[in-house]
Every structure is written in structure tokens, then in C-alpha cells.
Design a protein around this ligand. Structure first.
Ligand code: SF4
Length: 433
């Protein structure tokens, strides 16, 4: 049987793991980031964005597959709301949650009420067969596409998974809902075997994902610092420290030893999800960290010779002009080496999505027209704040950056895209609420 796994535009690590599981079971499996018609017996789409549910290329590939009598299954983070996936894309089934165990049975048996962790339509009714079993942390090698070395995700060819789950419960984030709040870690030996395989396949730069890197091997919410250091040391031994990043980290998950290890075994950057300078908004976001903890964490990173980047979310429902000003003030104060700005996106299955569904449109900054300084640009309030914050952050980086016309237009294009994508996602959410 021939199986094609497609992960649109970026081959995600999760898609490669599913490909590896199927290949190990003896199926003739291939993987690609190109969305195209296929002559495989089974098409598996690994989808990680709500935008994929509206993507005409994906709809066409599924239609083609079904018309020629092949089967099509969808999995990945979009499965948080299987009714949306079935309604928008009409695959034969959706793999809900972690798919490593479920996909094998689905491929072998086809959709059936006996397989836990799937959703499918039968005689006009949606059947959901409970939750998927958590996947074991030992697994076959991922199926690596031959062009992996050309892929670029925030500077890395691939983000590998060292553990699943996050002790945080941020209201906008899917990680604790998809993988749970208990951390399940892989063995260092397995991770290093995989890193060698990626290197052999042409990967130059690896990044560690998993919500918060330093939670690797943690138990009952307590960090296992020696294991994290050993992990970084091991991967750097294969790739070289200049080719490893361990970016995402919670401000309350650092120690001096963790920071020294990041400095010694990686490219030397830490990436904090700071989100807001307003305590009120951080509480609304369920961030579980305070602005003072952010200040302290940034200071400590600098003392350990690390560069610090921060991500911020604007346009969260309930964010007032004063809240937004506090975020601007914090950026000015911290003078971060890099800043990433996003408009709050209601990802299905998250508390933020529930919040967005519960408020009238006129209270959602994504729908409110901006009437201030950028009115002539025709932005929503959320887009205007994102645009303004990008410009503001450039002014307050340690290395002063002049915003020229090109950057101005890039930022404008970026916020318009974010705004329109989020409007489209919100419309889908509303349709299936
Ligand atoms: S700390 Fe990061 S991974 Fe964990 S819930 Fe918050 S945003 Fe998600």
C-alpha cells in the first residue's frame, strides 16, 4: 500500500514522526511539503493551522483523492475541533490528538467505532470515538524528506521534539490542551540517534521545541537541570553549538546552570513568551508569570551573556489602551535584542477561542476599526497595535534600527495578513460553535 504524507509548506516534525511510524510498519510511505494531487492509496494531511481548513489547494487535493477512490485522513493540531475539519474538508476521518498509535489502526482497518481517537461522518452524523491514547515516547526514526536542508523555520531546518506537555496553561496556547500539562520526555539516547539521522539527511541547524525547552525530563513540575544540560551538550556534540538553538523558555523555568548551558551549547539566544506588559492582561491570558518575573529573567540572561528575544500578543479581548501602553513601556525598558509581535489568535480548543466566542464583535479588537494615528491605513485596532509595536520595538533595540520604507511596508503587510487570517479563523469558529 502506498501512503503520501503532506504537511503544507513546512514539513513539521509531527508529520515526519507519523511518516516514520507508517514506514516502520512496512508501508511504502513518502512525505512532502508540496500540496499536490497524489496517486497514493492513502493521503494523510498533517495540518497545523486553522488557515489550512480554508486552503483551496488542500480542498482540491482531498477532492481529487476521493474522486479517484483513494482514502484521505487529516491529523495535527487542527484536530482540536474535528467538526470544523470534517465540515470544511470532508476527509474520510480525522485523527484527534496524538496520532502515532491511532494512525496505524486507521490505515489498516479504516474508520471504525473501535478505534479510539478518531472522528468521521456516518449517515450524516459525526462519530467521535473518545480521546486518542497518549503516544509512547519511544518511536521509530522520523521519515525525513530529501530536501529537509532547504527548509527554514525561524532559522532552523527542523524543530525536534524532546518532550511533550507543558506545565503552563496559557489561554491562547494549544500545547497543554493537545499534549497535556504533565511532561513526558524522550530518552537522550533516542534524541541523539535522531539528531544524527537529521544531520546525515542534510540538516544544518536544529532547534528544540516542546513549549519550554528546560522542562525536558522534569517530573511533577520540577525541572531536571542536569538532564537538560546533558541534552544540550549531546546535541551540540553532534551538530556544533552554532547549529543548535533552544529558544522557547518560560521566564520561571530558568536557573543559572540552565542559562550557562544555553550560552555554552547553543547559538546563545533565549526566547521568552512575554506577551504583555500589563499584569491584568497576563492574568486574563492565564500566563502564570508577572511582569517583575519577566524583568528579572531578562536581567539574568544578560548577566549570563545571552541575547534575549521576546514575543508579545496584542489585541487580546479586554486589552485597553492603558494595557497596550504598558506593553510599549515594557519593551522600551527591556530593550530586547529581538521582538516578535502577534495579534491574538483564537486557536480552536483554547480558552481564548471560548472567550472570543463569548463576546460581541464590538468588544473584539480584531473587528474594531482603528481611529487613531494609523486611521488612513484602514487597520483594525488589533492590527494597528501590532503595527505600532513592531515599529516601537525597532526604536528600542540595543542596536538602533531605522525603519525605512521597505520595513514599514513589510510590517504593514504582515499585520494585514495576520488580521485577515484571524478574521477568517474566527468566522470558522463561529460557524461551528
Ligand atoms: S508556557 Fe509556552 S508552551 Fe506552555 S502553555 Fe504557555 S505558551 Fe504554551
Amino acid at each position: 500500500m502506498r501512503i503520501k504524507v503532506i504537511s503544507p509548506d513546512i514539513v513539521t516534525y509531527g508529520a515526519m514522526v507519523i511518516g516514520g511510524v507508517l514506514e516502520q510498519e512496512g508501508y511504502d510511505t513518502s512525505i512532502s511539503r508540496v500540496i499536490e494531487d497524489t496517486d497514493a492509496d492513502i493521503l494523510i494531511l498533517s495540518l497545523y493551522s486553522t488557515q489550512h481548513l480554508l486552503d483551496t489547494r488542500i480542498k482540491k487535493a482531498i477532492r481529487f483523492q476521493k474522486e479517484r477512490g483513494g482514502r484521505c485522513y487529516v491529523g495535527g493540531p487542527v484536530s482540536a475541533d474535528p467538526s470544523m475539519v470534517l465540515g470544511e474538508l470532508s476527509p474520510d476521518a480525522v485523527v484527534v490528538g496524538e496520532g502515532e498509535i491511532t494512525i496505524s489502526r486507521l490505515v489498516l482497518e479504516g474508520p471504525s467505532p473501535d478505534i479510539p481517537g478518531i472522528a468521521y461522518m456516518k449517515e450524516g452524523e459525526m462519530i467521535v470515538t473518545g480521546s486518542s491514547p497518549p503516544s509512547p515516547m519511544t518511536r521509530p526514526l522520523p521519515l525525513i524528506p530529501p530536501d529537509i536542508g532547504d527548509q527554514n523555520i525561524r532559522g532552523a531546518n527542523v524543530y525536534i521534539e524532546t518532550h511533550r506537555g507543558c506545565v503552563g496553561g496559557c489561554g491562547f496556547c494549544q500545547v497543554p490542551r493537545y499534549f497535556g500539562q504533565e511532561v513526558r520526555s524522550r530518552s537522550i539516547e533516542d534524541i541523539l540517534t535522531e539528531v544524527r539521522a537529521f544531520k546525515d539527511a542534510g540538516v544544518h541547524r536544529i532547534s528544540i521545541s516542546g513549549g519550554t525547552g528546560s522542562l525536558f525530563a522534569s517530573q511533577y513540575g520540577r525541572m531536571n537541570v542536569p538532564a537538560f544540560i546533558q541534552l544540550l551538550q549531546g546535541i551540540a556534540g553532534v551538530m556544533g553549538p552554532k547549529n543548535l538553538s533552544s529558544p522557547d523558555i518560560r521566564v520561571d523555568c530558568i536557573t543559572d546552570e540552565v542559562l550557562d548551558a544555553i550560552r555554552d551549547y547553543t547559538i546563545g539566544w533565549v526566547f521568552f513568551g512575554i506577551e504583555s506588559g500589563s499584569e491584568g492582561i497576563l492574568k486574563k491570558m492565564r500566563k502564570g508569570a508577572t511582569v517583575d518575573q519577566v524583568r528579572e529573567a531578562v536581567k539574568r540572561c544578560r548577566m549570563h551573556g545571552l541575547k534575549v528575544a521576546g514575543s508579545f500578543i496584542v489585541g487580546y479581548p479586554g486589552e485597553t489602551a492603558d494595557d497596550y501602553q504598558m506593553t510599549k513601556d515594557l519593551i522600551e525598558e527591556l530593550a530586547l535584542d529581538d521582538v516578535f509581535v502577534s495579534v491574538a489568535e483564537p486557536i480552536p480548543g483554547t480558552p481564548l477561542a471560548d472567550l472570543v466566542l463569548s463576546i460581541p464583535q464590538e468588544e473584539n479588537p480584531v473587528y474594531v476599526p482603528h481611529t487613531g494615528e494609523y486611521q488612513a491605513l484602514g487597520l483594525s485596532e488589533a492590527e494597528a497595535r501590532a503595527f505600532d509595536l513592531m515599529l516601537h520595538a525597532d526604536l528600542h533595540k540595543p542596536r538602533f534600527t531605522m525603519t525605512d520604507d521597505r520595513t514599514f511596508n513589510l510590517y504593514l503587510e504582515e499585520v494585514r495578513k495576520q488580521g485577515s487570517d484571524i478574521l477568517r479563523s474566527t468566522e470558522v469558529l463561529l460557524r461551528y460553535s
